[in-house]
Design a protein around this ligand. Structure first.
Ligand SMILES: *Cc1c(COP(=O)(O)O)cnc(C)c1O
Length: 380
């Protein structure tokens, strides 16, 4: 099937006149972000597939040189392995079913697995055996991140030391992993977590193959965040200070893909300063509620077949999603031109992360229109 491609967001509006939400992928932006990470991070870069598993996105990252993927389920492993036979998948979920482990090992040949509990290590030995690398996931302090990922996973230091010793005793290779929390605007969080990893490595006193400093790097949704290079410098400096003479891995999700996609939603009704649109918290815009994050927006219209910016004085709008559920409204208001009317569109920008991968089919509202936009749209 020949893929239909678009030159710009205006081109999408002019050719499709879409009354359904459209997920827009900008491969050139994705490639830029991936290259910045691959060139700047002092180690191996894994893309965290859960952040956006769309094949257009995966292909753009692969084209930029990403060859390692953080996968958490068999469908993610299958998708990456089938798209890119030479890619390396890592099973980085601390809780895995026996069936998934068996297929990951037997069918896809995975060699790296995360654990944070002795029973999971036993399960791993039982199903997969000992000829693999075990990454012990450690808990990190709750810092400035929007999402704390150590409230669910991560071994405390004594348990992490015991897990590393036990894995080593059983003849497995060992590594240490952590995740400082998603949308973490504070580079120092990585230094703190690396210091913790260094203490654990020293106490365990077994060979450690690498430290995986995880994901968490922020995207700029409104509040300014430090440039990604600052995170790389802090990680490099911490490795030197802590004399951690080990290879490093990173698992960015958001920082690679947030800037590279937009959601185009249409206004179905305006009631004063309330707008009812066709995507919402059960769709690709779930994270606006969960974060709550406030992505940049712009309003576009179609007049005589041409796409034009909506004009008028900036005004605050409450925005409702399409489902009948009264929870389907954003907790933050958005500033849009007062000229906005039924039939116009709102482009929610920097929506590459935790968007299309999180939508539900609740109430019959579901987007399956993904388009690729070539060239550099003036998105950032
Ligand atoms: C979600 C996740 C990531 C990606 O996190 P971001 O905040 O999107 O960078 C990386 N590693 C693991 C284990 C994850 O669960």
């Amino acid at each position: 099937m020949k893929e239909v491609r678009f030159r710009s967001v205006a081109d999408v509006i002019e050719r499709l006149n879409p009354s359904y939400p459209v997920f827009m992928v900008f491969p050139e932006i994705l490639k830029d972000r991936a290259r910045a990470f691959l060139d700047g991070f002092p180690g191996t870069v894994l893309y965290a597939v859960k952040c956006n598993p769309d094949p257009h996105v995966l292909r753009a990252l692969y084209a930029a040189g990403v060859r390692h993927f953080d996968t958490a389920s068999l469908p993610e492993i299958a998708k990456v392995s089938e798209l890119f036979p030479d890619a390396h998948c890592y099973f980085n979920h601390p809780v895995k079913s026996r069936g998934a482990l068996e297929s990951a090992h037997e069918v896809y040949g995975l060699e790296h697995y995360v654990v944070d509990h002795i029973d999971e290590l036993d399960k791993l030995c039982d199903v997969v055996g000992t000829g693999i690398t075990v990454e012990v996931r450690i808990a990190t302090p709750k810092g400035a991140a929007v999402y704390n990922l150590s409230s669910k996973f991560g071994a405390v230091p004594d348990d992490a030391v015991a897990l590393l010793k036990e894995a080593n005793r059983r003849g497995m290779r060992t590594a240490i992993a952590f995740h400082v929390g998603s949308q973490c605007p504070d580079p120092e969080a990585y230094r703190v977590a690396m210091a913790e990893a260094a203490v654990i490595a020293q106490r365990a006193n077994v060979p450690i193959d690498y430290i995986d400093v995880g994901g968490g790097y922020p995207a700029e949704y409104g509040d300014p965040v430090p440039p990604i290079e600052t995170f790389f410098s802090v990680v490099k400096a911490a490795r030197a200070e802590l004399k951690l003479d080990l290879p490093l891995y990173a698992e960015p999700g958001r920082a690679l893909v947030a800037d590279g996609c937009s959601v185009l939603a249409q206004v179905q009704l305006r009631k004063g300063s309330d707008l009812y649109i066709n995507d919402g918290i059960y769709g690709c815009l779930a994270e606006i509620q969960l974060g709550p994050l406030k992505p940049p927006v712009r309003a576009l219209g179609r007049r005589d077949g041409r796409c034009v910016p909506v004009t008028g004085e900036a005004k605050s709008f409450r925005i409702f999603g399409p489902t009948c559920d009264s929870l389907d409204v954003f907790g933050v208001e958005f500033e849009l031109p007062d000229g906005i009317a039924e039939g116009d569109w709102i482009e929610f920008r920097r929506m590459g992360a935790y968007s299309i991968g999180m939508q539900t089919a609740f109430n019959g509202f579901y987007t399956d229109t993904v388009v690729q936009i070539d060239g550099h749209e003036d998105i950032v």
